[in-house]
Design a protein around this ligand. Sequence first.
Ligand code: UDP
Ligand code: MG
Length: 321
Amino acid sequence: MTPVLYFVIPCYNEEQVLPETSGLFLEKLNSMIDAGKISPESRVMFVNDGSKDNTWNIISSLTEEDPHYCGISLSHNRGHQNALIAGLMEARKRCDITISMDCDGQDDIACAEQMVDEYAKGMDIVYGVRNDRTSDSAFKRTTAEWYYAILRAMGIEIIPNHADYRLMSSRVLDALAGYSEVNLFLRGIIPHMGFKSSVVYYARAERIAGSTHYPLGKMISFAIDGITSFSVKPLRIITVLGAIVALLSFIGIIYALISAAIGNIVEGWTSMTCIICFVSGIQMISLGVIGEYIGKIYLETKRRPRYIIDESKNLKEVSED
Ligand code: UDP
Ligand code: MG
């Protein structure tokens, strides 16, 4: 039995990109069907993440042109990770394997075939890993390296230079369905699940049109979410930092008392100001970190749905489980 494969492709305001890349996805799907590697029931599934442009109209007309295209449209923009999980959870009911990727042509579609070959060898997860970062700016490269180092220090296991281009088997998708958290960091959760996995390497291309949805600000908040949704080490660091500052303060108090006792009192405005600034700075940062976690608890306790599907096209009916 050949496996049913679903490409899961989140799209947000991608009207410039989709007309070009959709054909490449279908071509690859058809060539794998013809080669007998995947079932003819396989699909290219687009997830419209509440786009404000013509993206959903383009997806709709694609689904009318070829039965191998299907699509779901989320009721509003929920962000890349949620769009991805929406697509994966819908695909899970209908397929044996998914391959998730960007719709902008950055993830080399040729690798999809290697991923399916790895699955045939018994792998449950196949990670697409960039073999070079030359298409990135020096700034992005350096910050990415620092970020990986911080994640490692926090005990978070991720695959360096891997984004969301990956194959997952239905076993992995079923396990993923058990993770009901709202703060999803797939790049951390998936290696954490511990299934049999392998890696295929590819050169990440430039976006074929349009511009990234991850400018610096969003990138930083994604990076912070990655850490705080996975590790409580920053809270531990605050405690240690608090203890060090308290110890230093204690030494300072003894010094001040001894100075006062021997009558050696100087004006000391500069040192006083520095100490106050330093300690209050640390306090503000610490409160911010704690706030991050409280914010996350707040979002989790509401247990809101991660996505709401507004419309779907060409989606095979399945019984709800
Ligand atoms: N995307 C999405 N919702 C968003 C932002 C992005 O579904 O709110 C999609 C986007 O259409 C693309 C993928 O997620 O297919 C990755 O985004 P992008 O290519 O802008 O990020 P980059 O590759 O530059 O990191
Ligand atoms: Mg991209």
